[in-house]
Design a protein around this ligand. Structure first.
Ligand code: PEP
Length: 249
């Protein structure tokens, strides 16, 4: 069965709750499609108002992060039950900004991935190399290690429903998109790694996004690659251009 594309916006730390409602209202007529799942991953405080604004549309509201404990003395964190209680079905895990500024590691990513699955939330698991790693020629080795740790103790049934976002760090927010060949090469290697960990069926089912300065001009070629099942989009997800990215064909 062909994999359905998934195109997700990552709003990062942008948009107040009232701005979020405005943005959802602006984008909702532009992102109508039956060919892809459309997810807006928004700041925690925007989840409820954005969800209200997106009611009756094809937009699903996701979270940008989640903690791996159920509840308790973890000031400032958001729990899986808090997300499921309001109907959140997707959460970004291990974005490179969280790894860089908030001490996320492959191990905490794995804990969060397991916890998301336990609660029926689909993780969008981020991986990606730095420019130095690319220049050293260790991109594929690095990504394979990130994937292997992220998926420790995840079952094949769970893995088949996961989303992986391949996001070269040097391409995030820089305006520098990876070439189509670079993006396809790594997404293919990720699928092969999943096949090694699990089996061919799981590798065929899992959805792999590319992320890193995707825009309306670069989306068609990137999303047309055999192993790229859509994108995780930062900057351009806050603009009407996101409609063109969603309807890239
Ligand atoms: C991101 O935040 O995941 C991202 C890819 O950002 P941008 O599209 O702005 O590079």
């Amino acid at each position: 069965m062909a994999r359905k594309k998934i195109i997700a916006g990552n709003w990062k730390m942008n948009m107040t709750p009232s701005e979020a409602v405005e943005l959802v209202n602006t984008l909702k007529p532009l992102v109508v499609t039956e060919e892809a799942d459309v997810v807006f991953c928004v700041p925690s405080i925007d989840i409820i108002p954005a969800m209200e604004a997106a009611k009756g549309t094809n937009i699903q509201i996701g979270a940008e992060n989640m903690y791996y404990e159920e509840k308790g003395a973890f000031t400032g964190e958001i729990s899986p039950n808090m997300l499921t209680d309001v109907g959140v079905k997707y959460v970004i895990i291990g974005h490179s900004e969280r790894r860089e500024y908030f001490a996320e590691t492959d191990e905490t990513v794995n804990k969060k991935v397991l916890k998301a699955f336990e609660h029926g939330i689909t993780p969008i698991i981020c991986c990606g190399e730095s420019l130095t790693q690319r220049e050293q020629g260790i991109t594929i080795d690095w990504i394979r290690q990130q994937i292997k740790i992220a998926f420790l103790n995840v079952t094949a049934e769970q893995a088949a429903t996961a989303v992986i976002a391949y996001e070269p760090i040097w391409a995030i927010g820089t305006g520098k998109t990876a070439t189509t060949e670079q993006a396809q090469e790594v997404c293919k290697a990720i699928r092969e790694c999943i096949a090694e960990i699990y089996d061919e069926a799981t590798a065929e089912a899992i959805r792999i996004q590319y992320g890193g300065s995707v825009n309306a001009a670069t989306a068609p070629e990137l999303f047309g690659q055999p192993d790229i099942d859509g994108g995780l989009v930062g900057g351009a997800s806050l603009k009407p251009d996101f409609g063109k990215i969603v309807n890239y064909k």
